[in-house]
Structure formats: C-alpha cells, structure tokens
Design a protein around this ligand. Structure first.
Ligand code: ATR
Length: 264
C-alpha cells in the first residue's frame, strides 16, 4: 500500500490526513495518508525515504516549507519564486518540490467571484504562507500589495522575493480594498489589536485561518460592513492540487468536503 505523509511541527492540528484519506477512499486508491511531527534534523532522512519510494509523496507544512528545498532536485516555478514547498513528488527519478498553496489561494478568490483587478491589497503577517499569497495576487492585476508585520524586518525580507511590495508599519491602518489575515492571530481566539474601521466599508476581509470558522478578525470585519471569507477553500484547493499531482485525478470538492473541516 502506498504511503503519503504531511510533515511539520506542530502537526497534530493538521486536517490534511482527513481530507486526503477521504478522497483516496472515494477514488478507490489503495494508499494511506498520515501525519508526522518532525524535528529539523529528521527532514533529510524523511525526504530520502521518498527517493527510495518508501514514502510515495509528502506534504510539507510550517515551519519546513523552505527548509526542505536543499534536499530536492527540482522546483516548480511557484516553489522557486516563493521559496516555499508544500508538496513533494518523485518523478522520473527526481524529487520535485511544488507549491500548491498558490493554486489554493487563487481558486479561493476566484470561487468568491471577487474582482481583484485594480484593488489595493493589505496582507497582515510575513510568515510561511505569505509568499504564496503574494505570488497568486500578483497575477490578479491588483494595483498594489502592502505587507504589515509586527516584526517589520520580516516584511522587509519579503522584498528579496517580491521587490514591488509596499511595507506598512504595524498599527498604521488606512484605506484598502482587501485585508488578508496571514498571521496566526485568531487560531486561539486572539484579537488583532488594529483599528479596522480605518479600512473602510464594503471591502473583502479574508482570513487564512479556517478553524475556528469565524475568527475575531472576520467577526469584526463583518460588523464593520465588509464581505468576509475564511481559509477553508484555500486549504481544500491546495490539497486538491497535491492530490492531482500524485494521483492524476481531480478529487471532488463539495459540501461534504467542507464538512470534513468543520467536524473537528
Ligand atoms: P513563521 O513566522 O514561523 O513563519 P507563521 O505562523 O507562518 O510562523 O507566522 C506567524 C505570523 O503571525 C507572523 O507574521 C507573526 O509576526 P512576527 O513576524 O512579528 O512574529 C504573526 N504574529 C504572531 N503573533 C502575533 C501577535 N501577537 N501580534 C502580531 N503579529 C503576530
């Protein structure tokens, strides 16, 4: 039986096994998908197991999306430009790193039918998922992309990958058309201590977090008269694209799939 994995640290919260195992069963694929918490020094050996095909493929989550890169033979364009890998496949004798988070974010926005053309975008945070979001947004014809992060230097560092980014001091909110929460604030019901009334009304408030379903950031965005969306479909579509890369099949995305993420 083929074995797939998601590696990260922490990993207990990951819903990837639930989603992939559901799709494996639905498509009668004789394989199993597991999660493993790794220490950094164990990454190389785990990736070696993919080369030996003891493990058929692997998803990578925080904090290893960049750290796996030195052990791979080839990167997709998305992985190269974001310096971030979330899916590893073994193809023609080579270990290839892909980034399907970019696809996930793109699909999530498209399924909202929200037109990003000419819009001013603010991303809060500068952690692991942000390069993937910037990569996807750059292709949407937006007018500007601004990053605001508590630790300003980390936002500045992102300019090495994307020179066109604007950096905004944490706490200095102003008018934007879209605000994306890519910080970890909200995972444990924390509030983001920013004055969101400065953003204006009828904007899009998007949270990468999907559990809880409605973070305080989204609650406040809604109260202020904005459209809100959580990260559930981004999560599902990054998994969809990884599944397609490994198995050559597009798994079904429907109400049942969304429910899988809510039952936890
Ligand atoms: P990593 O930084 O290891 O990639 P992450 O979960 O991807 O981890 O990112 C966490 C993000 O949430 C960071 O942007 C972090 O800001 P810092 O770079 O300043 O640490 C942000 N974050 C976490 N706690 C925060 C807080 N209390 N206030 C503001 N931002 C916070």
């Amino acid at each position: 039986m083929k074995k797939y994995l998601v590696i990260g640290n922490p990993i207990s919260h990951s819903l990837s096994p639930k989603l992939h195992n559901y799709w494996l069963k639905q498509n009668n694929i004789n394989a199993v998908y597991d999660k493993i918490k790794l220490e950094e020094k164990e990454i190389e050996a785990t990736i070696h197991d993919i080369k030996k095909q003891k493990i058929a493929g692997c998803n990578v989550t925080v904090p290893f999306k960049k750290k796996v890169i030195p052990f791979l033979d080839k990167l997709s364009i998305q992985a190269e430009q974001t310096q971030s890998v979330n899916t590893i496949i073994f193809e023609n004798g080579k270990l290839v790193g892909h980034n399907t988070d970019t696809f996930g974010f793109d699909k999530a926005i498209k399924s909202l039918n929200f037109n990003m053309k000419g819009k001013k975008i603010l991303i809060l945070g500068a952690g692991g998922v942000v390069p993937s979001i910037v990569f996807a947004i750059k292709k949407m014809g937006v007018s500007e992309i601004t990053i605001s992060n508590r630790t300003k230097q980390k936002a500045e560092n992102l300019k090495v990958l994307f020179q066109e980014l604007n950096i905004l001091e944490w706490g200095n909110l102003k008018n934007f058309d879209v605000v994306i929460n890519a910080t970890s604030l909200g995972l444990n019901n924390e509030k983001i201590n920013l004055d969101f009334s400065k953003v204006g009304k009828n904007k899009l408030f998007y949270d990468v977090i999907y559990n809880p379903t409605e973070t305080n950031f989204l609650k406040e965005g809604k109260q202020l008269g904005n459209i809100t969306e959580n990260g559930a479909s981004m999560f599902i579509y990054q998994a969809f694209e990884a599944f397609k890369l490994w198995h050559g099949i597009e798994p079904e995305v429907n109400f049942e799939t969304l429910k899988l993420l809510k039952n936890d």
